[in-house]
Design a protein around this ligand. Structure first.
Ligand code: ZN
Length: 243
């Protein structure tokens, strides 16, 4: 009997959506008498809790979530262990290699584990504003290995935490979604997944170094909008990830 491990966060009336909409989930019960009868309605941003992003999130002509095949979000997964990072950490290519990123093969589902959601989910707004983040150049390095989807247990796009961000401030999303790779957000419990048992062949790294077709670098100037900082001094009240 296969073992099922839930990687999704709980969404309830205490849950906040990202700063972009800053909506609190509203669950409204609708009742009819004289006995008991109830249905509930929900008001929330769809980018709340564990969810996937489709290209339409950042590309006007991108495909919708409904057009993403199940094959693209099911299959063999590899956890890249970044649980050594702390609040506001800019995840570098060296960090990815340290976490096992060189083992990624074409067609993999890659899960980036920082344990940030396990530690901080529910602590608003710090969960969003103090999260480690994933700069576009690290996304390009990972995309060049050819995964079919990439999952995050942290709030990965730096500029999304800024109140005045603009449509041009999602370079990481554009790198990944622009390459036809699905983004999974709001994951948790990645530490419960089994560690890789056997070493992998290195043949599949032939793709390394070739940027994806739709890299924002090729469109010039996207990085100029909001460039994630090299390193942020942790806010005095920021909680670091204790091991
Ligand atoms: Zn999203």
């Amino acid at each position: 009997m296969p073992r099922f491990i839930d990687l999704s966060v709980t969404v309830d009336s205490n849950t906040m959506s990202p700063p972009s909409t800053n909506l609190k989930v509203e669950v409204t019960p609708h009742r009819r008498g004289p006995g008991f009868w109830q249905v509930s309605s929900v008001r929330q941003s769809l980018h709340t809790g564990a969810h996937i992003d489709s290209p339409l999130h950042v590309f006007k002509d991108g495909i919708t979530t409904a057009e993403i095949s199940l094959e693209q979000v099911t299959g063999e997964a590899l956890v890249v262990d970044l649980s050594f990072v702390e609040a506001n950490h800019r995840i570098t290519i060296e960090d990815l290699k340290r976490g096992g990123g060189d083992r990624v093969r074409k067609g993999d589902i890659v899960l980036l584990r920082t344990d940030w959601t396990d530690k901080m989910y529910g602590k608003w707004p710090d969960y969003f504003t103090q999260s480690p983040f994933f700069p576009p150049e690290s996304a390009e390095w990972l995309v060049a290995k050819g995964p079919k989807s990439i999952g995050f247990d942290f709030f990965e796009e730096y500029c999304a935490r800024l109140p005045d961000f603009s449509s041009e401030d999602f370079p990481m999303h554009r790198v990944i979604l622009g390459a036809g790779i699905v983004i999974m957000e709001g994951l948790t419990n990645l530490g419960a997944l089994p560690a890789p048992s056997t070493p992998r062949s290195t043949r599949s790294r032939a793709r390394k170094g070739r940027p994806p077709a739709s890299s924002p670098r090729s469109r010039g100037g996207v990085y100029d909008a909001c460039t994630p900082p090299d390193r942020l001094p942790p806010e005095p009240h920021a909680r670091s990830v204790e091991h």
